[in-house]
Design a protein around this ligand. Structure first.
Ligand code: SF4
Length: 96
């Protein structure tokens, strides 16, 4: 009988320790609300983590996460997403 192929998780090798989830020697923090929708999110014990960045909250504290797959651009002073109008115009012209 053929064995079912398991999809490799981005958090393969992660271990839950007393301090938290340890992945490649780094303690991981759970993702934050801004991460919702990002393709990099991986689950471990029903908690979402980011294999690309151990501290998602810190990644978002100075603007949009540069690893994010769901948001592009920067944040303005009110914390709202701001897109470079020139780049947006070129993107629109290319149909993306
Ligand atoms: S890449 Fe950025 S936005 Fe995506 S899960 Fe990680 S910290 Fe969150």
């Amino acid at each position: 009988m053929a064995e079912e192929k398991k999809k490799a998780s981005a958090l393969d090798g992660a271990v839950m320790t007393a301090e938290g989830l340890s992945f490649k020697g780094v303690i991981m923090n759970a993702v934050v609300e801004n991460c919702t929708g990002c393709d990099r999110i991986a689950e471990f014990d029903n908690v979402s983590y980011c294999p690309s960045y151990a501290q998602p909250a810190a990644k978002w504290s100075r603007g949009i996460c540069n690893f994010a797959t769901h948001v592009k651009g920067t944040l303005d002073k009110q914390g709202k997403a701001k897109v470079n109008p020139l780049k947006a115009s070129k993107r629109a012209a290319r149909g993306r």
